[in-house]
Design a protein around this ligand. Structure first.
Ligand SMILES: [Mg+2]
Length: 350
C-alpha cells in the first residue's frame, strides 16, 4: 500500500464564526483540511479527508504529523478492521487523522466489493428524497446574518449559531429573514449555567418554530445540572461536544434527548456507525453533523443517513473550491442521483 496526503485550504463562501471562536480572533475565511489517498499493489484506490477543528485542539499539522508516522504496509483494503486496530494503537486521540484513514480504507474496500459504502456497511441502498440537511448560519452581525438567511432561501431548514452576547438581536434578524422556516439552534456551549440556558431555551420555545437546541452548555458541567435542564427544557436538547463516541452514551441519556455524531470527532465511519447505533439502542435521537468539509467527508456522512433523525451535512455548500464531487445537496435534500461514481464513497476528483 502507498499513502499520499496533502493539505488543502477550503475557501469559505462567507467569513465563519461560532461561539467558541469569539474569544480567539473571531473566526476564519479559509479552512485547511488534509486529503489522504491510499493505493494498493493492484492499483485499487481509496480517498479520505481530515477536517481538523480548533474546538478539539486539532490542526492540519497535528493531522499530517500523525499521518507521517503511519506505516502503509500495515494497511489493507482487504482487512479494514485489522488496519484500523494498527492505526488506533499508534496514539490516543488524533481523531481527524484516524477518520481520514478509516474513510480511505472503507472507500477502497467498498469499491473492491463493487458496492456503495452504505451497501458495504449493511445499511441498504441510499433512499432518495428522504434525507434533508439543514443549512447553517454562523455568528456575525445581525445585518449579515439576515442577508445570509435571505440568500439561503432555497433551504427549508436552517441551523443558526447562538451563544454570543448578541443572541436576541441575531435570532430576531434570522427569524425576520427566515419567515416561517424551521430553525435549529446550536449554542456551542455558549451559555454558562443551567439557569442561563433554561432562560434562553424558554425564550426560543416561544418562537414556535425552533426544532431543537444543540449543546446549550459546556460539556464539563456536572451531569446533575444537565439532568436538571433536560427535565425542564421545553425543547429537545442535542449533545454534540457532549458526545465524542459510543462510550459517552450512558451519560448523554441522562443529559440530553439526542446526540450529534461527526465523523471527524469519532475518528471515522466505523466509529461513527457505532456511535449512532449505540445512541439509537438507548432511545436517543440521532443527528449527523459536519465541520467545514469537502464532498469527501460529506459523502461519507451521507452513506450513514439511514441511521439518523436529523442531518446537518452542509459543509461542502459553505465552500467555493471543493476539489471533489460526490453526494449533492439539492435545496437541502441529499442526493446521489446522477452521480457517476457507483462504488465506495461515490466521489470523483474534479
Ligand atoms: Mg454543534
Amino acid at each position: 500500500m502507498q499513502i499520499g496526503f496533502r493539505r488543502f485550504d477550503l475557501a469559505l463562501r462567507h467569513h465563519w464564526a461560532i461561539a467558541t471562536d469569539l474569544g480567539r480572533g473571531g473566526g476564519k475565511s479559509v479552512y485547511p483540511v488534509v486529503f489522504v489517498e491510499l493505493t494498493d499493489a493492484e492499483g485499487r484506490r481509496g480517498v479520505g479527508e481530515a477536517s481538523p477543528s480548533s474546538q478539539y485542539q486539532e490542526t492540519h499539522e497535528t493531522v499530517t504529523e500523525f499521518l507521517a508516522r503511519v506505516d502503509p504496509s500495515r494497511l489493507s483494503f482487504d482487512d479494514v478492521a485489522g488496519s484500523m486496530a494498527y492505526v488506533e494503537a499508534l496514539a490516543p486521540g488524533r481523531y481527524p487523522a484516524k477518520c481520514a484513514l478509516n474513510i480511505a480504507l472503507l472507500d477502497g474496500a467498498a469499491k473492491a466489493a463493487g458496492k456503495p459504502l452504505c451497501g458495504y456497511l449493511g445499511l441498504g441502498a441510499f433512499v432518495e428524497g428522504r434525507h434533508l440537511s439543514s443549512f447553517t448560519i454562523g455568528i456575525d452581525t445581525p445585518e449579515i446574518m439576515a442577508r445570509k438567511t435571505a440568500e439561503a432561501a432555497e433551504y427549508p431548514v436552517l441551523k443558526m449559531k447562538l451563544g454570543s452576547p448578541g443572541d436576541r438581536e441575531n435570532f430576531a434578524a434570522v427569524r425576520g429573514a427566515a419567515l416561517d422556516r424551521w430553525i435549529r439552534v446550536d449554542a456551542n456551549a455558549g451559555w454558562k449555567t443551567k439557569e442561563e440556558a433554561l432562560r434562553n431555551i424558554e425564550w426560543l420555545a416561544a418562537d414556535g418554530k425552533v426544532e431543537f437546541v444543540e449543546q446549550p452548555m459546556p460539556p464539563e458541567l456536572p451531569t446533575a445540572e444537565w439532568a436538571w435542564l433536560k427535565e425542564r427544557s421545553p425543547l429537545p436538547l442535542i449533545g454534540d461536544e457532549l458526545y465524542q463516541s459510543a462510550a459517552d452514551v450512558d451519560r448523554c441519556a441522562e443529559c440530553v434527548h439526542g446526540i450529534n455524531v461527526k465523523l471527524v470527532k469519532t475518528g471515522g465511519v466505523t466509529r461513527g456507525l457505532e456511535a449512532l447505533q449505540a445512541a439509537r439502542a438507548r432511545g436517543l435521537k440521532t443527528m449527523l453533523g459536519c465541520m467545514i468539509e469537502s464532498s469527501v467527508l460529506i459523502s461519507a456522512g451521507a452513506h450513514l443517513a439511514a441511521l439518523t433523525d436529523y442531518l446537518d451535512l452542509d459543509g461542502n455548500v459553505l465552500i467555493t473550491n471543493d476539489p471533489y464531487t460526490g453526494v449533492r445537496n439539492l435545496r437541502g435534500m441529499m442526493s446521489f442521483e446522477g452521480v457517476a461514481a457507483v462504488g465506495g464513497l461515490r466521489v470523483t476528483a474534479r
